[in-house]
Design a protein around this ligand. Structure first.
Ligand code: GCU
Length: 615
């Protein structure tokens, strides 16, 4: 009976979400209390903590009847409580658990976190929300023993309203975070990065007036260079509530009334508007106010488009001098999450001479795009539709769409973000292309002002007769998904996974699409400090020589508009186990996980300096 109960109740549990996630954007600009810091935790490999199996899991109003979510302690010597957060160890939040405890280094499973906090309101009519920057991969959230909801997706923000549940003092916030991989998940079970688990980004208690500004979007009106169009979404407002938008430094302001859906729309003309670009990352303060709420942010205005095989930024052709980045501080072997981490990563990209970064393979923390806005670095942001996703599973597609819409909703005001990527290296099939096409439609439906792309597949062979060329040396890019993307972007590893260095010099290309050609990955492993001749794999010389030969080869491709070599830093991966060389690290970084640059760094830097000078 017990076993049956466990199966039933866990199924019941998953379906027992008691509320939708709240939309509350720009949390760092709001009246918020950080809940970052030390949280007590319990490791729970058997998911024992879900409930007390001697009792039914929920009572009539969805209140959890047992388990760790109740955060109970024995009140007398007769009480039988077999857990106690108060005397359990702590983890730093934000932070992956893998890098904080040797026992959790490879751990995949559930960890229960608990944070006590007070939540006095500054006015009785105010509302309160709990906001999480991300938790990998599945998070069940409880407050004072009541389930708030479950978030799925390890790299996107989520929030719940707690106005009626929070107390002035002594609130108990409990999360079950589970990072098990699942075939039907996004990503699926197989990736080439570390499955860092935990509450990996900021946690905030946010207070708002009864009616507040839930989100807004401000951008250059497509087809113009001096008209700003803005949309403001209110929550809890009466129809016709006044909304004001103000750009103080532009001497530009307007006021209008919200409609029956709490939406206010603006169109403001500003002759001589300074457009945002890497050379001039002009950010404008925006102040939006409505009722008792006001929200400040900084927004840059720019346009991005393609014309034939050119990428145009503000109408001018741009070459994307990029690099791929994982969300990791390699020198500390942990997930990156803070503004400081973002500045460190993007400063290294800047030193390389980059005007562009590919934030692989999942949405990075919000600080990355905000710091890129300031530093004038263009960004490609991506959802983890990676390798062998379950293309025919509607739950998987809904998950991918939700992660994409969460990402776009969060970063739609970031001038630095010019491309949404919906996939990486996905095997060509009818079902896969259909799945990806629906993600392209979703992205374009939410935001028609940015490029949509993916890292597509390359094959060998001939698209037309090319006498004298060995088929294996002729690369063809005719992935059917290329019909739907704005860029013809693909990864290629000639000279590493595909032949030796001399193969690079023998390679010719046929590319089906007359679109900007963008190489989203190339590279080679190199152990930093390992020196040998250029024919010795894993030496810095081999990696540098691969860069030395690859860059001119790519430069010959008609429409070559940029690249993001793989990758800025070495990064952790359980797949990379060569003793004394990889030791659990993918070492394709141009910077080692010891923080030291490799010879390839300067090869790439010199190429980009030449490109920048040639503009
Ligand atoms: C693939 C993949 C990366 C991976 C890289 C590698 O292209 O996109 O995620 O790390 O190759 O093999 O190093």
């Amino acid at each position: 009976m017990k076993i049956l109960y466990i199966i039933c109740s866990s199924a019941l549990f998953v379906g027992a979400d008691v509320r939708a996630e709240a939309v509350i954007a720009d949390v760092f600009a709001r009246q918020a209390t950080s809940l970052n810091g030390k949280w007590n935790y319990i490791v729970d490999p058997y998911d024992t903590g879900y409930f007390d199996y001697r009792r039914k899991p929920f009572d009539e109003d969805g209140k959890v009847t047992g388990g760790y979510a109740l955060d109970r302690q024995a009140r007398n010597k007769g009480d039988l409580i077999e857990y106690n957060f108060n005397t359990s160890p702590t983890l730093n939040v934000p932070g992956d658990w893998n890098s904080q405890s040797d026992k959790l280094f490879y751990y995949e499973g559930s960890v229960w976190y608990r944070r006590k906090f007070d939540a006095p309101k500054s006015a009785p009519e105010h509302r309160q929300f709990i906001y999480f920057g991300a938790a990998n991969y599945e998070a069940d959230v409880y407050l004072n023993g009541k389930k708030l909801g479950q978030h799925i997706g390890g790299f996107t923000p989520f929030a719940y309203e707690i106005t009626k549940l929070a107390k002035d003092k002594g609130n108990s916030l409990v999360l079950r975070v589970n990072n098990n991989r699942h075939a039907d998940a996004v990503p699926t079970v197989n990736t080439d990065w570390w499955n860092y688990g935990g509450i990996t980004r900021d946690v905030l208690l946010v207070e708002t007036p009864a009616s507040f500004i839930a989100n807004f979007r401000a951008r250059l009106k497509p087809g113009t260079s001096n008209i700003i169009e803005a949309t403001v979404q209110l929550d809890g407002a009466n129809r016709g509530q006044a909304v004001k938008i103000d750009f103080p430094s532009l001497n530009l302001a307007a006021e209008t009334a919200s409609d029956q859906d709490g939406i206010a729309r603006f169109e403001l003309s500003r002759p001589g508007l300074a457009l945002w670009s890497p050379e001039n990352p002009a950010l404008n303060e925006v102040v939006i106010s409505s009722g008792d709420d006001s929200l400040k942010d900084r927004v840059g205005f720019r346009s991005v488009a393609t014309s034939g095989q050119d990428i145009l930024l503000n109408g001018k052709k741009v070459f994307l001098r990029g690099i791929c980045i994982h969300e990791e501080v390699a020198t500390e072997g942990r997930r990156a999450w803070s503004e400081t981490d973002a500045r460190m990563l993007l400063s290294q990209a800047k030193e390389l001479g980059c005007n562009f970064v590919r934030l692989a393979h999942y949405p990075h923390n919000e600080h990355m795009a905000r710091v890129a806005d300031e530093m004038g670095i263009l960004c490609w942001e991506e959802i983890p539709v990676y390798w062998t996703i379950q293309w025919t599973n509607p739950v998987t597609l809904a998950n991918a769409k939700k992660q994409l819409s969460d990402l776009i909703g969060r970063d739609q005001n970031r001038a630095s973000v010019i491309a949404w990527s919906v996939a990486n290296e996905t095997p060509v099939s009818e079902a896969r292309t259909r799945f990806l096409k629906s993600l392209v439609d979703e992205a374009r439906g939410l935001d028609g002002t940015r490029l949509v792309s993916a890292a597509m597949e390359v094959r060998s062979g001939t698209m037309e007769n090319r006498p004298g060329t060995k088929p294996e040396n002729h690369k063809v890019v005719d992935d059917p998904f290329g019909e739907f993307t704005d860029l013809c972007s693909f990864n290629q590893y000639i000279g590493w996974y595909d032949g030796l260095l001399e193969k690079i010099d023998q390679t010719t290309w046929s590319i089906k699409y007359k679109k900007p050609v963008f190489i989203s990955e190339f590279g080679a492993d190199a152990k930093q400090g390992m020196h040998a001749d250029a024919q010795t794999r894993f030496s810095e010389e081999y990696q540098a020589e691969l860069y030395r030969r690859t860059l001119p080869m790519l430069d010959q491709i008609p429409g070559f508009s940029g690249c993001t070599p793989w990758i800025l830093f070495d990064f952790r991966s359980p797949r990379r186990v060569l003793p004394g060389i990889q030791d659990g690290w993918n070492i394709k970084g141009v910077i080692g996980h010891n923080g030291e640059k490799k010879r390839a760094f300067d090869v790439l830097k010199n190429f980009y300096a030449t490109k920048a000078a040639a503009k």
